[in-house]
Design a protein around this ligand. Sequence first.
Ligand code: GDP
Ligand code: ZN
Length: 462
Amino acid sequence: MANSEQDTIAAISTPVGEGGISIIRVSGDQALDVVSRIFKGKDLHQVKSHTINYGHIIDPASGETVDEVMVSVMLAPKTYTKEDVVEINCHGGLLATNRALQLTLTNGARLAEPGEYTKRAFLNGRLDLSQAEAVMDLIRAKTDKSMKVALNQLDGDLSRLIKALRQDILDVLAQVEVNIDYPEYDAVEEMTTKMLKEKASEVRQRLETLLQTAKEGKVLRDGLATAIIGRPNVGKSSLLNALLHEDKAIVTEVAGTTRDVIEEYVNVAGVPLKLIDTAGIRHTDDTVEKIGVERSKQAIETADLILLLIDSSRPLTEEDRALIEATAQKPRMVIFNKTDLPAQVDLAELTELVNGDPVIQTSILEHAGMQELGQAIAHRFFNEGIESNRGAVMVTNARHIGLLHQAVDSLNAVLEGIEAGMPVDLVQIDMTDAWNTLGEITGQTYQDELLDQLFSQFCLGK
Ligand code: GDP
Ligand code: ZN
């Protein structure tokens, strides 16, 4: 491995191209030395820790001034990485920031890998693994609610719960060890088995409660894949535009280069919707829009939520009926649009046709019913989940969910083993597995590949 975990790293840690100030974060033993070589101002080796110092970044080779800066000096261990950290606050825009970064690299620092600061925070014991993952979720958080869940996790709610459960298991395992030393007493064996059984079912119960939060958690974290469906002219593009305009904080991620893979997120009443196949419903002047049932089918299949539009001012067509049929098995909300015009569709009849799924009356043109639509979506997905669970620990992360399931499996094996009359020392193995698996959530037990894989998903500079 070329990159050591000890050398001094540098990266721009603010979003590129945004705002007036960019921050270059330098972390490691040599942080002060590196920045001192390119900084003109106070002697950074002499200033107090956790102070901000005015000066200039100078290219030592040419003597040229690169930028006017404020430099924060933060000495270990009270820093994000628990190492010496020096942050250069650049004012001179992207070019100057890049030049300053280059200068740190030619003067003793190495460019940080994505997630490397957080990885160091983890390796130096500043954060546990689930907290490090929360940092990543925070960076990506799409709504206030997602942010809150990530913040709670960063605060260590999940870690505390998992650690408490692991301690419970460990206590029982220790007790079992002691009891195994007295195999001659049948009564002890019976007592040990009973204790294992009680603890295994108790922990399993708590893990299952936690897993019940996973569905809502996943929605908050990844967004709810939503397809806007309807025959031509019902108002799909109008709805898309209305949703995009109402949401001031649109997150647009361009995953590839073609238009088709653009994912758009909108925040509807706290629910992040990931709108799918929006390329198909955007109007372009030179193409005739045609979304047939066939084309829609793919979007319907991948969606977690269908918004099915019906034009209330026109009698139902064959195509409407086909789309109602095609979406029947999916979580669906029907939008009864163009209510500003005289109705040609009977609302009661339509409600019956869609098997009693919620029908929301809108006039997208006149902006009526949009709030009701938002409320209906939030209600559908969060009412019995997040709202009533306020303050409770939630799992949002796919890795955690997988490990929780795996721990439940081990506990099931414990209970089945006891039921089948297996010897205690065999049952103990499954109980130990559960303990180990839970440890992977917080990183108390971990493998190097896992770390590399996890932290590489971070953005640069975090
Ligand atoms: P799409 O083909 O399903 O994408 O439908 P559009 O969004 O392009 O809308 C088709 C036409 O219906 C446009 O002229 C819209 O202005 C109009 N329209 C959309 N929503 C409403 C509405 O609520 N009331 C009325 N009167 N017209 C609407
Ligand atoms: Zn359209």
